[in-house]
Design a protein around this ligand. Structure first.
Ligand SMILES: [Zn+2]
Ligand SMILES: [Zn+2]
Length: 271
């Protein structure tokens, strides 16, 4: 089975295409499942430049995922997901939102360290004003807390802090290991996210050294392109599938109604 569990749409204001465009691309590629995982609406104007409003979720996104799921159900399974931000202080709101809507899976992401949107190109200059070692520490601590929050099924791009190519001077091993142990304890899976190849770092998330630890801990893997344009659906999945073979025993996690099962991954064979 081959799936892409991480896709966006024009509604988040920094992507293009609607749900239909992404699903059609997945169909062209011969995928078995596609997950629609737009950025979650947040309360109080939180990062509103990069996401849809609650009204847009309710009136546009959710109904269009339902309609398109129904329209293509004999050809591809369309899964209802959401990419939810982990941000201290908003957990109750996020928990309420997830409970109220009917998701197949919830991806948890850390995009902020305090008020700093560290993966936003607009604020990239702040890396040079900060100690990169402590940025890495704060980032992995936040991911650890996100895993322990009980809100999510999948940990997104788990070493996103490398996005612009900034590297710590110290070994990442202990930091990553403690974080992965928390992810394992919480029973979550981790996505292989190919979008890093399209960013300055030019690497898949997570790195091989983290994937080695993931294999050691037997944490399940899933697959996502983090497509912000329909042409990015399934991009570089030949490389991702090779990593699944190597570090995930050839199995991927898939979801329905937030129930996880593991299936054999297959190669990308365009229809
Ligand atoms: Zn995005
Ligand atoms: Zn995303």
């Amino acid at each position: 089975m081959i799936v892409d569990y991480h896709t966006h749409t024009f509604l988040c204001k920094h992507a293009e295409g609607d749900v239909d465009d992404y699903v059609l691309r997945a169909l062209e590629l011969g995928f078995d499942e596609i997950g629609c995982s737009e950025h979650i609406p947040m309360p109080g104007g939180f990062d509103e430049k990069h996401r849809m409003s609650l009204e847009e979720y309710v009136n546009i996104y959710a109904p269009s995922v339902s309609e398109i799921r129904e329209r293509y159900k004999s050809r591809i399974r369309v899964r209802r997901g959401i990419e939810a931000d982990f941000f201290p202080g908003t957990e109750d709101w996020v928990r309420g939102f997830i409970k109220e809507h009917d998701f197949d899976f919830v991806i948890g992401s850390v995009h902020f360290l305090g008020s700093w949107g560290f993966d936003d190109i607009v604020f990239v200059h702040q890396y040079s004003e900060r100690d990169v070692d402590s940025v890495y520490e704060q980032y992995f601590q936040a991911v650890r807390k996100s895993a322990a929050s009980g809100l999510f099924d999948v940990i997104a791009h788990c070493d996103l802090v490398k996005k612009f190519g900034h590297r710590p001077t110290k070994s990442l091993r202990d930091l990553a290991w403690e974080t992965l142990r928390e992810i394992k304890k919480a029973g979550l899976c981790i996505e292989i996210n190919t979008s890093g190849l399209r960013k300055p770092v030019k690497e898949i998330y997570p790195s091989d050294s983290i994937l080695e630890m993931i294999r050691e801990l037997a944490i399940p893997l899933t697959l996502g392109s983090d497509a912000h344009s329909p042409g990015d659906v399934g991009r570089d999945f030949d490389r991702a599938v090779a990593l699944i073979e190597r570090y995930g025993g050839g199995h991927i996690a898939v979801f329905e109604g937030r129930e996880r099962r593991e299936v054999r991954v297959s190669r990308v064979v365009p229809a």
